[in-house]
Design a protein around this ligand. Structure first.
Ligand SMILES: C[S@@+](CC[C@H](N)C(=O)[O-])C[C@H]1O[C@@H](n2cnc3c(N)ncnc32)[C@H](O)[C@@H]1O
Length: 188
């Protein structure tokens, strides 16, 4: 985890508001710097900024509740979310061993964690978010799927002090990304 203020700014590289095109350009420009910082701290940055060509998910074969569209996203968002999840899942699955505990920090409606839980019933998935509405949505999807390997925490991620084997997050807001990185490093 970077400790230097300037480095941390590079990791929390974007303001919450602003023109999406400008924000995207800033992020793209910052990617090599972020990659370097992660590497300096021995964090693997496999696939950083790459498109996932090895699609690991056949959405058509999944029940509707596993798919992000089951989480009430509009079709465009749902398509992008599918691609993001494919990228993340293709990196997470090869790391998993039976019995592992995966925590999805800032899980929102649980789009990523639900796919992992569905594909790996032999692993435990923790979904954590501080927004009740999102956790309720995730919870009802899990219930309809009948998954038994998911636990929920409605809390700020800073308060989570359980152990885990793999920590992940997708689109954590602002400094939450840094906090997740810190949690993962401290748990190594
Ligand atoms: C942009 S949403 C992403 C949700 C989900 N990961 C996805 O990709 O659809 C960011 C989520 O992070 C949660 N969040 C932000 N800061 C948090 C914190 N400190 N602790 C727990 N959750 C947090 C918000 O409630 C929100 O649900």
């Amino acid at each position: 985890m970077p400790t230097n203020e300037e480095e941390i700014k590079h990791v929390s590289f974007t303001e919450k508001s602003g023109n999406p095109k400008q924000v995207h350009a800033k992020i793209t420009k910052a990617l090599p710097t972020i990659k370097n910082i992660l590497e300096q701290h021995r964090l693997n940055s496999i696939g950083f900024g790459e498109n996932n060509e090895n699609k690991t998910i056949s959405w058509e074969d999944f029940p509707n509740e596993v798919d992000p569209s089951g989480g009430e996203l509009n079709p465009d968002r749902s398509k992008r979310k599918r691609q993001q999840i494919e990228n993340m899942v293709s990196r997470i699955l090869p790391l998993l061993r039976t019995g592992d505990k995966i925590v999805e920090f800032c899980a929102g409606g649980g789009h990523l964690g639900i796919v992992v839980a569905y594909l790996r019933p032999d692993c435990q998935v923790v979904l954590l978010d501080n927004k009740e509405e999102s956790m309720n949505r995730a919870c009802s999807r899990i219930k309809s799927l009948g998954l038994k390997n998911v636990t929920f925490y409605l809390t700020n991620l800073e308060y989570y002090n359980g152990s885990f084997d793999i920590g992940t997050t997708l689109h954590a807001c602002g400094t939450a990304t840094d906090l997740v990185l810190k949690k993962c490093i401290n748990d190594r």
